[in-house]
Write a protein that binds this ligand. Structure first.
Ligand code: ATP
Length: 324
């Protein structure tokens, strides 16, 4: 099945967001080139790519903040574009740059944004309390934003996008430049939003973050979506292998020789007191490898399975490292 076919299949079954054939040029530069993907309710989808890959432009198209040269976006069954407001009310957009009033408190900022969403009175106050809890800032509600760390401001900015209970939350690199504590809090919150049934679209150039948070990842490079899937699917599709390192004593040469004959093992080498295996489905291979050690009269002291990561996938696809 081609990549495009896989994307279309998912579009057909998706609940919340379907972006099809999106393209955008700025002058003679193509920022986004025929990008299609879909995000379902309860799913966190990560757009992963290096600086300048086209992530921000893609999500601005998705949010109807930019007019596409080609393609269309549907959210919750409604078309989204700068000319149509129908689907935009279902989206909560958290831009890269924080937009808050520093001389207002956290609660006052949320009240301001809540009124823009036409929330008023008791309903607004109750929703602000809920949102402050969701972003872990309830204890700082009465403090002015000017006293907040960069990470806390970022969290409050996320809160502003949640007030109207969006079906789709779109976050543009929400953890860039924030302190580790806020980074953790943001990632925890995003995880909870997904678990609570919201569809989340998330951009990042941090593959470890994408691996931890996202159910599926779309890899974007030079404006094109070059692959998508779960981490495991991407790794498997590209034929990347797992590494198993077995620290052992005894006849390691015999142990490695037996391992070479195991189904799924593509290579077995001895280095010092370790046997290194290369193969697919590393965790599944482990019991057979341990049985082989016993047959060879070797004793395994420790075993470590290293699965290939998205960095390896990206390198494989583009020939360059993600962190250039
Ligand atoms: N308003 C604009 N005018 C001209 N070129 C633009 C504009 N916005 C984006 N671009 C160009 O489009 C390309 C994609 O940019 P975009 O901001 O979407 O990338 P990105 O993946 O979000 O990068 P980053 O991680 O640095 O935010 C870049 O080459 C950028 O210079």
């Amino acid at each position: 099945m081609t990549q495009q076919a896989a994307v279309s299949d998912h579009t057909a079954t998706s609940g919340v967001l379907a972006a099809s054939g999106l393209s955008k040029r700025f002058g003679d530069r193509t920022a986004v080139d025929d990008v299609s993907f879909a995000v379902s309710a309860g799913e966190t989808y990560g757009l992963l790519g290096p600086n300048g890959a086209g992530k921000t432009t893609t999500i601005r198209l998705v949010c109807g903040l930019l007019r596409a040269d080609a393609g269309h976006v549907v959210v919750g069954g409604a078309t989204v574009s700068p000319a149509s407001t129908a689907g935009r009310g279902l989206i909560g957009y958290v831009p890269q740059d924080v937009a808050l009033y520093p001389d207002l408190t956290a609660r006052e900022n949320l009240a301001f944004f809540g009124r823009l969403y036409r929330l008023r009175g008791k309903a607004l106050r109750a929703r602000i309390d809920e949102v402050l809890d969701l972003i872990g800032l309830a204890d700082r509600a009465k403090d002015k934003v000017e006293s907040f760390s960069g990470g806390m401001r970022r969290r409050l900015n996320i809160g502003a996008a949640l007030l109207h209970r969006p079906t789709l939350l779109v976050l543009d690199e929400p953890t860039v430049g924030v302190d580790p504590q806020s980074r953790h809090a943001i990632m925890e919150s995003v995880h909870r939003f997904g678990a609570g049934g919201m569809a989340v679209l998330y951009t990042t150039h941090d593959m470890a973050e994408a691996e931890r948070l996202c159910h599926r990842v779309g890899i974007i490079d030079h404006g094109r979506l070059i692959a998508e899937g779960t981490r495991r699917e991407l790794v498997d599709r590209l034929g990347e292998r797992d590494r198993i390192t077995l620290a052992a004593t005894g006849d390691l040469a015999a142990f490695a020789a037996l391992c070479r004959d195991l189904p799924g093992v593509e290579g077995a080498d001895v280095t010092g007191t370790e046997v290194h295996l290369l193969g697919h489905g590393g965790r599944r291979l482990l019991p057979a490898a341990l049985a082989a050690a016993e047959r060879a009269g070797a004793v395994v002291r420790s075993a470590e399975v290293t699965e290939p990561d998205l960095e390896a996938v990206f390198l494989h696809l583009t020939g360059t490292a993600l962190r250039d």
